[in-house]
Design a protein around this ligand. Structure first.
Ligand code: 6GU
Length: 238
């Protein structure tokens, strides 16, 4: 059965599955969706607002700039969307206050039957509804986005490509950056294709010789060198 992903957002048009230009309809997520491995539906939180102007946000108690997402519309949206499918949903709030997304988390999330992604906006979400929802809180990095929608797309893309059958070549995922080698997370090695010489630059000789053992050894060395130079923080598994 396809992984079901619901996105609760005040910008559902960003996830329009019929828009050919939509980011998620390109490349692997688009193919995974066409192949029935994953489906996603965006729901407008505004549709669950019960106040005069269908407001989903209000001014922060204690003062300060920006607006805060209100409890009631979000809670009612979650309850209604969860009732659309009997499978339990893993609730996730996308927020810069969350734990940083890792490939290990992506692998774990790709095994769940159903994900419910909540895209926060404005200055944040009223803490009481977060407490009641008890979601995973996930960030995609140490910078601030205008809202959680792009982060939700990042998560959907990363999960979709790990669903069995999504990649043309199942070994590809094991060779990605952050795949583990003897318990160590490594960046990927450099890659080359034709022509053998371009602008006076040659392809490393070992890749042309047909010695698969030597190629594998060279690639592992390159991964280790790159990881040490670029990401010395990537030590053990995570
Ligand atoms: Cl998940 N949301 C927002 N608004 N900003 C972010 C983020 C998420 N992750 C990094 N920055």
């Amino acid at each position: 059965m396809a992984l079901r992903v619901d996105i609760l957002t005040t910008f559902p048009e960003m996830f329009d599955p019929s828009a050919e230009s939509a980011a998620l309809n390109a490349s692997i997520p688009g193919r995974a969706r066409a192949a029935g491995l994953i489906q996603w539906h965006a729901t407008n939180i505004r549709a669950y607002a019960q106040n005069k102007h269908d407001k989903t946000d209000d001014r922060p108690f204690g003062g300060g700039p920006g607006m805060v997402m209100m409890c009631q519309p979000l809670w009612d949206a979650v309850t209604a969307v969860e009732a659309m499918d009997p499978r339990p949903a893993t609730r996730i709030v996308l927020t810069p206050q969350g734990v940083p997304l890792s490939q290990a988390m992506v692998r774990e999330l790709a095994t769940r039957p159903r994900l419910l992604l909540i895209a926060g906006h404005y200055e944040g979400i009223d803490e009481r509804v977060i407490e009641k929802l008890a979601p995973l809180e996930i960030s995609i990095g140490d910078y601030v986005l205008s809202g959680g929608e792009l982060a939700a797309m990042v998560l959907i893309d990363a999960v979709a490509r790990l669903l069995p059958g999504a990649l043309g070549h199942e070994l590809s995922a094991e060779e990605d950056s952050f795949a583990e080698h003897a318990g160590q997370r490594l960046l990927d090695c450099p890659h080359y294709t034709r022509p053998r010489e371009w602008n006076g630059m040659a392809v490393p000789e070992v890749l042309l010789g047909g010695d698969h053992g030597a190629v594998a050894k060279w690639r592992l060395e390159q991964k280790l060198v790159r990881t040490k130079a670029r990401r010395p923080d990537l030590k053990g598994p995570a």
